[in-house]
Design a protein around this ligand. Structure first.
Ligand SMILES: O=C(CO)[C@@H](O)[C@H](O)COP(=O)(O)O
Ligand SMILES: [Co+2]
Length: 215
């Protein structure tokens, strides 16, 4: 069984409060909040005021995924906007150790995300400092993309490193997650599954979250 983090990116933005209340009443463990700047990724989603508004209604921790360049500029602002966890991209952080320490000093759980082309081994020196490793199973920037199969291998490698060195970070998988790949992801070591379009595009999102949770 994994924890589930539905991505609010796939919610109805004109009915955000309604969709947050649905998540509050569901078996979701977190609310995944995708921040896109139109620079690190081609798409723009929403920013700090929307994160604040989500936090006002959410009764689940906000798992904030920063797909932005130079994320250090905004760590404090997102922490004040209610982030429980702040995940930055390895590819966007030349001083990753310093960025991770900054997140922890803010009292927020630090996470690092890796794009599909980035090997898990690139994180070897930072793994002891992390609460979360987010493995992108699509190229970041858009919901509704097809799951990349190579992700299973990356998750298994991370799990092996956790076991070998006794690290505490959780392994989160993000992109194209559905009921066809959830069980294999969990078997390979995924602790948290992010799902956007599969949840919000289903006829009964609450039941879909429960189905993913009970895999
Ligand atoms: O970070 C991202 C995309 O860049 C994700 O969190 C998506 O929002 C997941 O959406 P689906 O692939 O589940 O539709
Ligand atoms: Co995400």
């Amino acid at each position: 069984m994994a924890e589930i983090a539905p991505s609010i990116l796939a919610a109805d933005f004109a009915n955000l409060q309604r969709d947050i209340e649905m998540l509050n009443a569901s078996e979701a463990d977190y609310i995944h909040v995708d921040i896109m700047d139109g620079m690190f990724v081609p798409n723009i989603s929403f920013g700090i005021p929307v994160c604040e508004a989500i936090h006002k209604h959410a009764r689940k921790p906000l798992d904030v995924h920063l797909m932005i360049e130079q994320p250090d500029r905004y760590l404090e602002a997102f922490s004040k906007a209610g982030a429980w966890g702040l995940t930055v991209h390895y590819e966007a952080c030349p001083h990753l150790h310093s960025t991770v320490q900054h997140i922890r000093q803010l009292g927020v759980q630090p996470g690092v995300a890796i794009n599909p082309h980035t090997p898990v081994e690139a994180l070897s020196e930072i793994l002891p400092d992390l609460s979360l490793v987010l493995v992108m199973s699509v190229n970041p920037g858009f919901g509704g993309q097809k799951f990349i199969e190579n992700t299973y291998k990356k998750v298994a490698t991370l799990k092996a490193l956790k076991e070998k060195f006794g690290y505490n970070f959780k392994i989160e998988v993000d992109g194209g997650v559905n009921l066809d790949n959830a069980a294999s992801l969990i078997q390979n070591g995924a602790d948290i599954l992010v799902a956007g379009s599969f949840v919000f595009g289903s006829a009964n999102p609450t039941a879909t979250i429960a189905d993913l949770k009970n895999k």
